[in-house]
Design a protein around this ligand. Structure first.
Ligand code: ZN
Ligand code: FE
Ligand code: FE
Ligand code: ZN
Length: 266
């Protein structure tokens, strides 16, 4: 059932908050008979230092060397070298430089910070108290569209991550989402369907079915990932993916080599 599926969002123990060796992820991917695997660990952070969020800068070449070795050991598996990079205004130039110095197959862009607050990090959950949710969501989707237009990324990761803890604004988000979708579509980047949301308090895939339908209708290419932080999470939630994707109008998945996009039929 999962043979037609890919998992483009695998972390490794290098990031400081994931477990398992890279080859355990590959073994699990092989068990599931996935058609492509993409490692996508966190790019070293440029705007702050936190050993629990990403590998240190000097480990980036080791991550890439590990991947190359693994690729040689597993010629039977189609594997891609990706990286998950934060979109942080003010650090676009530096991020661009760092990304350009390595031969990634794709770069996944994430908004994990809204004006300095890591809103998806359980350590900072208390900041939701008295928080203006409408303002947070508006700002999040504005940053997501800015990330799309920055030219840094091939894919936008978990496009409605702001819903992670299940707290939603009371007002009508439709105009904000429409504007964001327009800007993403015009930018030409792909978006990720990320099953990690199913394992979070919100209990649903990122993006929501409604947002995914809007993106698909606007012609935005779609890729797929589990955001695995352990080998057991590879392909997590994929049982329901063929039907979920089809019901949202997705007919093919975007795949990448050397930062060029192609498509495989679902
Ligand atoms: Zn992570
Ligand atoms: Fe992320
Ligand atoms: Fe991730
Ligand atoms: Zn992620």
């Amino acid at each position: 059932m999962t043979q037609s599926l890919i998992d483009y969002h695998l972390h490794t123990s290098r990031c400081g908050h994931a477990v398992g060796d890279m080859d355990e992820y590959v073994l699990r991917g092989r068990e599931l008979d996935l058609r492509q695997l993409g490692f996508c660990d966190h790019l070293p952070l440029l705007h702050l230092e936190d050993p629990h969020l990403a590998m240190p800068l000097d480990e980036l070449p080791l991550y890439i060397a590990d991947f190359r070795r693994l690729q040689q050991e597993h010629p039977e598996m189609v594997m891609k070298l990706g990286i998950e990079a934060d979109y942080v205004p003010g650090y676009v130039g530096e991020t661009r430089q760092l990304l350009a110095s390595h031969a990634f197959d794709y770069v996944m862009g994430s908004v994990h910070y809204v004006d300095g607050w890591a809103f998806d990090d359980p350590r900072y959950l208390d900041q939701y108290e008295g928080c203006d949710l409408m303002g947070l969501w508006q700002r999040y989707f504005e940053l997501l569209a800015d990330a799309a237009e920055s030219g840094l990324f091939d894919i936008l990761a978990h496009p409605d991550l702001v819903k992670k803890f299940g707290m939603r604004p009371a007002g009508d988000m439709a105009p904000v989402l429409r504007r964001c979708v327009e800007r993403i579509a015009a930018s030409g980047v792909a978006v990720e369907v990320n099953t990690a949301g199913m394992r979070r308090p919100v209990g649903e895939v990122y993006p929501s079915p409604a947002l995914l339908r809007m993106l698909v209708e606007a012609g935005v290419p779609v890729t797929l990932g589990s955001d695995a932080h352990s080998p057991e999470e590879v392909g997590a939630g994929y049982e329901v993916m063929p039907e979920f994707l089809t019901s949202c109008g997705v007919r093919e998945l975007a795949v990448f080599s050397g930062r060029r996009r192609a498509a495989v039929a679902l």
